[in-house]
Design a protein around this ligand. Structure first.
Ligand SMILES: *[C@@H]1O[C@H](CO)[C@@H](O)[C@H](O)[C@H]1NC(C)=O
Ligand SMILES: *[C@@H]1O[C@H](CO)[C@@H](O)[C@H](O)[C@H]1NC(C)=O
Length: 462
């Protein structure tokens, strides 16, 4: 039907593409909403593997209380004066590590319109070694309740329907020279409603956009010591990145990006002698820290789930791309990670140089960024978002969030000088450049330098 760069495997009318969303988590709680003094109420201890677990709907029989003060920028202090760490997780919840215990929960909200930021839903508490596990709930000692703004999708959708895929590709390719767009029949086969649903539709709002931290003088010096281009697929003639996969019509990108980070970092740690491919379906079905095909966050999966539960090989739960009861083979070995964090240390401390340092010294990082409709048409070159709402009244599915793996960086000099990131997507090998894309580096394009996540796999020998 059009000038395709590569043959596309035609799986008749099967939707082969989805971006990720965060449904069911409609809180919009920012740093200042969370910062302050909290009381955490803890329930009884339960055994790992006992079938007991917490969930945001758990009833907690309070056994004891802990008072914690969360201060700038990432300092947590308990009632005994012990100092620890905290970070918000996007605008959905927060994690605190103090006095030898870790606490994580999602912020409370009421319908779509009210964020109850002074309350954490029942969440997960355990000592840092994972021996003593309990549910907890939290109440801030000063009020932080606010109304969410309403985001309307109606007008943009109408405009979207008006322009065809070919038109959009033509406009993108006319408007600029840094990247090339193409049509993908996968999208054209979709009804508008399906596309909206896949991108999370009306529930996929990304309610606020964080900014990267300013680059310090020290970081500028660090930049000079790093190569001008670097790619984990080509280090001393070796490829340390696992093959590109396809998430299908399930908002599981966060699981794919998280698995891909662990797979690549294990290849790096073992000089390519351990080439695992982990099971995103285990995350989709079994993780209490994410919402299955409705979305999730790399911090909580590539980090926290990897530390608390571990990852299993693909064969232990083959990818299906649908929500289901947890069916992971129980006898499968779990592969754990540790030292998970937002690049830079905490949410709000990430930037270009911090990401380069992490990638170069420890391996690929998982990131979240905003997917606009033009991105889905990407074929090659250095992507930047082409249309803005002032000149072109289409920001169709603005504010959906997609997670991917950054494996390196580079620069081009033509048509003009540009720095870029090299990024592995999970939309199959027929999308973009063999499943990869380049995107502008250094200006937080689509929010991608604001929330990179990393963790360290624990190598298993058996
Ligand atoms: C989310 O909260 C921030 C900070 O309070 C605010 O600026 C932003 O407009 C909010 N977004 C929505 C959609 O309510
Ligand atoms: C890593 O593997 C490569 C290729 O097999 C080999 O040439 C190299 O010596 C190994 N490096 C180390 C440190 O073992």
């Amino acid at each position: 039907m059009s000038q395709l760069a590569k043959p596309l495997i035609a799986i008749a009318a099967v939707i082969t593409l989805a971006v990720c969303v965060h449904a069911d988590t409609l809180a919009n709680c920012t740093y200042e909403d969370i910062r302050g003094t909290w009381v955490f109420e803890l329930g009884p201890s339960y055994k790992e593997g006992s079938g007991e677990n917490c969930s945001p709907t758990s009833e907690i029989a309070v056994q004891y209380k802990v008072k914690v003060h969360l201060d700038y920028p990432d300092l947590a202090v308990d009632e005994f004066g012990n100092q620890g760490f905290w970070t918000i997780i996007y605008n959905q919840g927060f994690e605190v590590v103090v006095g030898g215990s870790k606490y994580f929960g999602f912020s409370e909200f009421k319908s779509k319109t009210v964020s109850i930021c002074d309350k954490v839903k029942p969440g997960w508490a355990h000592d840092v070694l994972g021996h003593d596990r309990r549910c907890f709930q939290g109440q801030k000692q000063s009020p932080a309740i606010k109304l969410n703004k309403r985001i309307s999708y109606a007008s943009s959708l109408r405009y979207e329907q008006f322009i065809s895929s070919e038109d959009m590709v033509t406009r993108i390719n006319k408007a600029q020279k840094s990247w090339t767009a193409t049509t993908y029949p996968q999208f054209d086969a979709l009804s508008r409603d399906d596309f909206v649903r896949m991108t999370g539709g009306k529930r996929s709002q990304m309610l606020s956009r964080p900014k990267p931290a300013p680059i310090t003088e020290e970081q500028e010096k660090l930049r000079q010591s790093l190569p001008s281009s670097f790619d984990w697929r080509k280090v001393n003639g070796q490829n340390f990145v696992s093959p590109v996969r396809n998430q299908g019509a399930c908002g599981s990108c966060y699981a794919f990006a998280s698995m891909a980070m662990a797979e690549s970092r294990l290849r790096i740690l073992t000089n390519n002698t351990q080439k695992h491919v982990f099971a995103p379906q285990d995350i989709v079905e079994c993780s209490p820290y994410s919402q299955g095909c409705e979305g999730g966050f790399p911090y909580l999966i590539g980090g926290k789930y990897g530390e608390d539960f571990g990852f299993v090989e693909e064969k232990c739960n083959l990818y299906k791309g649908t929500d289901a009861k947890c069916s992971t083979e129980k006898s499968c070995a779990r592969n754990y990670v540790t030292d998970y964090k937002y690049v830079g240390g905490y949410y709000g401390a990430c930037n270009e140089v911090a990401m380069m340092e992490a990638i170069y010294n420890r391996g690929p990082v998982a990131i979240g960024f905003m997917v606009y409709n033009d991105f889905t048409r990407y074929q090659s070159g250095v992507y930047h978002h082409v249309f803005d709402s002032e000149n072109h009244p289409f920001e169709p599915f603005e504010l959906t969030n997609h997670a991917v793996l950054v494996v390196g960086w580079g620069e081009v000099t033509s048509p003009s000088y540009e720095r870029y990131w090299i990024v592995k997507n999970s939309w199959g090998e027929t999308w973009g450049m063999d499943g990869y894309f380049w995107i502008r580096r250094g200006n937080d394009e689509c929010g991608m330098e604001s929330m990179a996540v990393e963790s360290t796999p624990i190598v298993r020998f058996d």
